[in-house]
Design a protein around this ligand. Structure first.
Ligand SMILES: Nc1ncnc2c1ncn2[C@@H]1O[C@H](COP(=O)(O)OP(=O)(O)O)[C@@H](O)[C@H]1O
Ligand SMILES: [Mg+2]
Length: 213
């Protein structure tokens, strides 16, 4: 690949990966990081909730806290994650890959009936990712994968939650596009994670390539 590594620029690139539970975010982020490293990039992988103190609180309180309180807690973690981890790595010239970011914040609390406009405002001052990757899959496909993996939080327990999640993600994606976010939608229904990661890598390298001349 003849493209200049992102790391030779003054600032890195921030890429978020979101999508319904079971869509393959964590698997794809892992493959994508390997592919970018192989392409000469300096990569920092992270996730939300973060590994910081507020992220730990999110994990501890997800089952017992609800609605606005939980939405604010996740948003607090997001802002702290930006300050403590994302921005310093971008400033060091790295590609930062986040497994979940704003789009998940616009979706998860919808299960608790929170107004999407409240969630939008809560996230309004969080840094825009250079590219927001949204994994798209049919509810049937992801509920089958989740059945195999087993549910791991209260947002995945109700039957039909995959349908609602896919619906909320579609609305969040439209909102992000309307607001001028650079969004890359990837259909992961029949695509193995390695192939999705390669597709995202190709799009990233092309998208961030310096203009010729
Ligand atoms: N494209 C795919 N085809 C088949 N199985 C997949 C695919 N993507 C992910 N999986 C499987 O689905 C499960 C959830 O993947 P994971 O990466 O943990 O998803 P997420 O982080 O989005 O919840 C894992 O068992 C993974 O191996
Ligand atoms: Mg995951």
């Amino acid at each position: 690949m003849s493209l200049r590594p992102f790391s030779e620029r003054q600032r890195g690139r921030f890429v978020s990966v979101d999508g319904p539970s079971g869509a393959g975010k964590s698997t794809i982020v892992r493959h994508l990081a390997q592919l970018l490293v192989a392409a000469g990039e300096d990569v920092h992988v992270t996730a939300e909730p973060s590994t910081g103190p507020i992220g730990a609180l999110c994990r501890e309180l997800t089952e017992t806290t609800t609605r606005h309180a939980l939405a604010c807690l996740y948003a607090a973690d997001r802002y702290h994650h930006l300050e403590a981890e994302v921005r310093p790595n971008l400033e060091a010239g790295r590609v930062v890959l986040s497994d979940r970011y704003i789009p998940s914040g616009l979706v998860m609390q919808r299960f608790d009936g929170i107004d999407p406009m409240f969630l939008w405002r809560l996230n309004a001052e969080a840094d825009r990712p250079d590219l927001a990757v949204i994994l798209e899959a049919d509810p049937e496909v992801i509920s089958e994968r989740l059945r195999e993996r087993g549910p791991h939080n209260r947002f995945q327990l109700s039957s039909g939650s995959s349908h609602a999640e896919v619906h909320f993600y579609r609305q969040a994606t439209e909102r992000l596009i309307q607001a001028g976010y650079d969004v890359l939608r990837v259909d992961v229904n029949r695509r193995p994670p390695e192939r999705s990661a390669a597709l995202i890598r190709d799009r990233l390298l092309a998208f961030f390539a310096p203009a010729a001349g």
